[in-house]
Every structure is written in structure tokens, then in C-alpha cells.
Ligand binder design. Structure first.
Ligand code: HSE
Length: 400
């Protein structure tokens, strides 16, 4: 029996404990000795839970028990998750986690500590919830030069954008509905301003580049400025609006960005709706590979955590793999990135827009509610940013 400890008996931690019980038969097909949750660390007591007798409130009980081979950190946040993870790794105990905030902020350091102590720090659940994405990138696609990642990486914002589109509803109304249903946090900033997705594209960029990508260096825009008019014009253009995390490698230039985009209907991500996530990987030999599934939730996320536990248990807790080096990846100045753009502006400014954008206007979408929509051919962010300043009444989005 492989004994594990779960830090935090919340949504994901509770899911891990239940999953290990419910799927013990499936687990034993791959891991004949089975998995057992010996400890659950939480400051709360759970007298009514069948697992209440395994709850402890002192991390040292776990660290000092030589029978514990793997720890699952499902607490979330930076502290005390960082200190507990660091101590566990320093004791030579491997840790797996769903905590993308900690991975994005301190993952490089924790992997280094793990390596120095012959342990591992794995985080499949930190990106895409239940979707297997990090291990396929590391293993199945290890032979590829990954030149592009385009991902819907946040379920909350995808739910909001989908609802706005389907019900012709405002951002504020749909956000309130999402909060009432428990999809959006009471403080939704990390989701709606793109920070959660930004951490995830930083983790993916680090894995495919093999170097450390700081999420703070990635240009990040959220969805709080998206209006009903944007959705109406997107429909006219045969598109849907989606918050995308992008990574592009072209020669030596590497760009990453989080922003809302118009996604055309022939693109695989067009159909990824509601709380689902979708991640399109482009390899130089394999071409496009698409990953789709539940990007959040108790059991999907727990499933990804337990997949790491199984990997570690099969390797006796010591599957030493460093996902990326401490060397920092220098992202190319985002102003040099080329994009196509959708612009909407008052009908009265159409002539001015035609003069300013000239031949770069590839399509006029017509007029809706006193505004005209335009599609512009590819140009650098720098050129677009300079020209659009002359049209302060205009709103714009990038297009795939
Ligand atoms: N808040 C995140 C989302 C949870 O909505 O996708 C999963 O990381």
C-alpha cells in the first residue's frame, strides 16, 4: 500500500480522498499495492466525515512519518502551501498539486529544491483541471518543436462569454448569475481580469520552452470590457469571443499573451463553450493536437492530482523530472507581434477610419446600433496601437 497525505480538505482535497476510495479497483490495475490516504491536514475538524479520523492539524505528523511517500497539496494560495511544500521536498517527500498560483509564482524554486533532495514536484492539475496536458507535453510530444499553443484556460470566463453570446446578456448580469451558481468567486478578479489564465499560459510556456516564464511578463487583458455589441458584431463576422492564452514561437521570437479574441467558426476552439477548457497545441511535425475537457471542478481536478500520485507511486515516490530550468525565457517585445483586428466605431467615424487604415481594411461588417464593424488585415501591435489612437471612440479585439 502506498500511503499518501492530502493537505487541505476542501473541494479538490476532498475530491482526491473520495476518488482514491471510489476508484481503488481501477488504481490497483496499474498499482497493485493500491493507494491509501493516511493523513488529511486541515485546521478544521470533520466529525461527521467518514475520513474525520484521519484529519491532523500539524504538518510535522506527516513529515515525520516514514510511511508517507507522496503528499498532495490542495490548499491553494501561496502560504502556508509554499512552506509546507518546501518542507516536504526537503524531507525527500514528493509533492503533487493543483495549486497553479504557487506553481506560477514559485514552481521553479520548488522544482530545484525537489531535485536537490531526490524528490519530485508535479502539477498536472494546475492547468486545464482534469485535462491531461502537462504529461502529454512532456512525454508524448517531447520529440516535437512546439511552435504554438492556443488555449481556453479559464472555465469561469468561458462560461460568462458563452452566456453573454447565447442570451444577449450584459457582462455584469452574467457575472452575477455565475457567482450565484458558484462558477465565479465572490472576488472574481483573478478570473475576469485574465490572471488565472495568465498563470496557466506561463506554466505551459515554461514547459514547452524548457525555461522559466514569469507570468508578470505576459501581456494580459481580461473580459470585463466586453459588451453585447462586441458579441453582436462577432456573430456578424461568423465568430465567437473567447479569452485565449497564446504562445507563439517563430524563429527566435517568442510571444505569449492573454486576451479576448474573435474565434472563427472553422477553428477547433469555436465550439468550446461553457465551463469547458480547450487547448490546441501545434507541433512542427505532428501539426495540430487538441485537448478538451473539464477545466475545473472537484472530481476532474482531483483526477489530475491522483494521476500525478500514481506516476509518483509507480516510481516509488521518486520520479525526478525538472520541467524547466531556472534560466529565464526572454519574451519578444509584444509590440512586434502581428495580429488581425476587429474594430467597431460610430458610423460617423467610418470615413476617418477608412483614411487611417486604408487598404488594411479587409472587410466591412455593416452597421449595428449606430456603429460600424471593420476587420483589419495583419499588422503589428505597434502599428495598430499608433493608428487606433486617432480613433478614441473605437473599441477593438484581436482575431484568430
Ligand atoms: N477559476 C478557475 C477557472 C478554476 O474558472 O477555470 C480552475 O483553475
Amino acid at each position: 500500500m502506498t500511503n499518501i497525505a492530502v493537505l487541505g480538505f476542501g473541494t479538490v482535497g476532498g475530491g482526491v480522498v473520495e476518488l482514491i476510495d471510489a476508484n481503488q479497483d481501477a488504481i490497483r490495475k496499474r498499482l497493485p499495492e493500491g493507494l491509501y490516504v493516511k493523513y488529511i491536514l486541515d485546521i478544521r475538524k470533520f466529525p461527521d466525515s467518514p475520513y474525520g479520523g484521519r484529519v491532523v492539524d500539524d504538518i510535522n505528523r506527516i513529515l515525520e512519518d516514514p510511511e508517507v511517500s507522496v503528499i498532495c497539496e490542495t490548499m491553494g494560495g501561496i502560504e502556508p502551501a509554499f512552506s509546507f511544500t518546501k518542507s516536504a521536498l526537503e524531507h525527500g517527500i514528493s509533492v503533487c498539486t493543483s495549486n497553479k498560483e504557487l506553481v506560477a509564482a514559485r514552481g521553479t524554486q520548488l522544482m530545484e529544491i525537489a531535485r536537490a533532495h531526490g524528490a519530485s514536484y508535479l502539477f498536472e492539475a494546475s492547468v486545464g483541471g482534469g485535462i491531461p496536458i502537462l504529461r502529454p507535453l512532456r512525454d508524448s510530444l517531447a520529440q516535437e518543436e512546439i511552435t504554438g499553443i492556443t488555449g481556453i484556460l479559464n472555465g469561469t470566463t468561458n462560461y460568462i462569454l458563452t452566456k453573454m453570446d447565447q442570451e444577449d446578456a450584459s457582462f455584469d448580469d452574467v457575472l452575477k448569475d455565475a457567482q450565484a451558481k458558484g462558477y465565479a468567486e465572490r472576488n472574481p478578479e483573478a478570473d475576469i481580469e485574465g490572471k488565472d489564465a495568465c498563470r496557466k499560459i506561463a506554466i505551459l510556456s515554461s514547459i514547452v520552452s524548457g525555461k522559466s516564464v514569469r507570468y508578470e511578463d505576459i501581456p494580459c487583458e481580461g473580459i470585463s470590457e466586453i459588451t453585447k455589441a462586441d458579441h453582436a458584431f462577432a456573430k456578424l463576422a461568423g465568430c465567437r469571443i473567447r479569452l485565449l492564452g497564446t504562445y507563439r514561437k517563430s524563429g527566435e521570437a517568442v510571444f505569449a499573451r492573454i486576451a479576448p479574441y474573435l474565434v472563427p467558426e472553422d477553428h477547433p476552439l469555436y465550439s468550446v463553450s461553457g465551463v469547458f477548457n480547450g487547448i490546441l497545441i501545434h507541433g512542427n511535425m505532428v501539426d495540430d493536437v487538441m485537448f478538451y475537457g473539464q477545466g475545473a471542478g472537484r472530481y476532474p481536478t482531483a483526477s489530475a492530482v491522483v494521476s500525478d500520485v500514481m506516476t509518483l507511486a509507480a516510481a516509488d515516490g521518486k520520479c525526478v523530472s525538472t520541467e524547466w530550468s531556472e534560466e529565464k525565457l526572454t519574451l519578444t517585445n509584444a509590440e512586434r507581434e502581428k495580429n488581425t483586428f476587429f474594430v467597431r466605431l460610430p458610423d460617423s467615424r467610418l470615413d476617418a477610419a477608412k483614411q487611417l487604415f486604408g487598404d488594411t481594411i479587409v472587410k466591412t461588417l455593416g452597421s449595428l446600433g449606430g456603429e460600424t464593424g471593420l476587420i483589419l488585415g495583419p499588422m503589428t501591435e505597434e502599428v495598430f496601437g499608433t493608428v487606433i489612437q486617432a480613433l478614441p471612440e473605437a473599441a477593438y479585439l484581436r482575431m484568430l
